[in-house]
Design a protein around this ligand. Structure first.
Ligand code: MN
Length: 391
């Protein structure tokens, strides 16, 4: 394995919200914004949002020993073990973050919320509208620290007029990416109901904002369960696998209802969900479109697979098969992502992961997956160092 540093853009990264983010909101709104309370003894975290609360097991932190085992270089100085967690130092701080990125070999990033993923569980339009506004005003300043940051705007999804207004406002502020849950909030129709969502796709397309679905963002169901929550043998792996399906479902809805047909400039990014599903889904949709053609409404201008291959992008972290989705299956919109600073991510072993994925990959394909696909989606971002890597 080569020791050369290789660079990659990340289609999946996160910021951590400061604890006082919502302090400017009036009291009656502030108390309804998401917050978490950790009970280390019971090993559960309670998420409190808009008057409801639900528990989930505290994700087990990667131990320093595990990270060191995976690391391409010594890490002792980077580990912050406060509260038993290993934290990337730059998760909260936009200046320290650049140090982390340079060290890992990550150039530019699509940056999603962390705590803000729970805002899709808010039930009150005013609460989500004002909460997203406060968050976006804070994180546009975060984005301004570096042209390498592509921060996702938080989008309120309870009222279509609010959704469109915040997309327009955020685009004017300089956001290039809008953060959507893979499934609309409880009580709202799914993404393929055109009467409801058409103005939203139109606003995204007109304002040059990429539609960003981050996986694992389904709203909590009415029984207070997070996603499809499995207990019993294999539960941890089953739950992790469950999180990947939502992004695929959202993409199939957008294609089948004709949204991507009507909006050829709309681009969709599915972050953290792997990539090999793209060609698989394209084939399934084409088969359905053709074999069940008599029942297909609406008719599309092209085959479903063509929208997926051209307008949909996906990020992965470790999956070896994802590289083959590009090189062997021909989906050129596959991109890498770090998931910084989350546990599923590559922080601490990014170079090792990149070398394992790309040392044997043809250089033009490697460049496309690491850098080119991201750059196509966000052409305003300055070019990554290094140019095309030697094969
Ligand atoms: Mn992520």
């Amino acid at each position: 394995m080569s020791d050369d540093k290789i660079w990659a853009n990340s289609g999946d990264s996160h910021y951590m919200e400061p604890p006082d983010l919502y302090n400017q909101l009036p009291e009656h709104l502030r108390e309804r914004m998401p917050r978490t309370v950790r009970d280390e003894e019971r090993g559960v975290e309670t998420i409190i949002v808009d008057g409801a609360s639900f528990e989930r097991p505290i994700p087990k932190p990667v131990t320093p020993e595990q990270l060191l085992r995976n690391a391409a270089r010594p890490l002792e100085d980077d580990l912050d073990e406060s509260e038993g967690q290993v934290r990337a130092p730059g998760a909260l701080d936009p200046n320290l973050r650049l140090v982390d990125l340079d060290q890992e070999g990550v150039w530019a990033e699509a940056i999603y919320p962390s705590l803000g993923t729970w805002t899709f569980n808010i039930r009150t339009p005013e609460v989500v509208r004002e909460g997203c506004r406060i968050s976006n005003d804070f994180f546009i300043d975060f984005q301004r620290h570096s042209p390498r940051y592509v921060v996702a705007a938080s989008i309120p999804l309870l009222d279509t007029a609010d959704t469109v207004a915040e997309i327009r406002r955020c685009a004017a502020l300089g956001f290039k990416l809008g953060f959507f849950s893979v499934k609309p909030p409880t009580g709202r129709p799914d993404w393929h109901y055109n009467d409801e969502w058409e103005p939203v796709w139109e606003a995204l397309e007109q304002n040059g904002m990429v539609l960003g679905f981050h996986i694992g963002t389904e709203p909590v169901d009415p029984r207070g369960r997070i996603g499809l929550y499995h207990r019993g043998p294999g539960g941890a792996v089953l739950n992790y696998v469950e999180t990947t399906y939502g992004g695929q479902r959202a993409v199939s809805q957008l294609i089948a209802c004709g949204a991507l047909d009507r909006h050829p400039d709309l681009r969709v990014l599915v972050s953290e969900g792997g990539a090999t599903w793209g060609p698989f889904l394209a084939d399934r949709m084409d088969e359905g479109y053709r074999q069940h053609g008599a029942a297909v409404r609406p008719r599309l201008s092209r085959l479903p697979s063509e929208y997926l291959y051209e307008q949909v992008y996906a990020s992965f972290q470790h999956d070896r098969s994802a590289v083959l989705a590009n090189t062997a299956l021909g989906w050129k919109n596959v991109m890498w992502g770090s998931d910084y600073p989350h546990y599923e991510g590559t922080y601490g072993h990014t170079q090792k992961t990149l070398h394992e994925l790309f040392d044997d990959c043809p250089s033009a394909d490697s460049y496309r997956i690491r850098i080119g696909a991201f750059q196509e989606l966000f052409p305003h971002v300055p070019a990554a160092p290094g140019g095309v890597q030697p094969g």
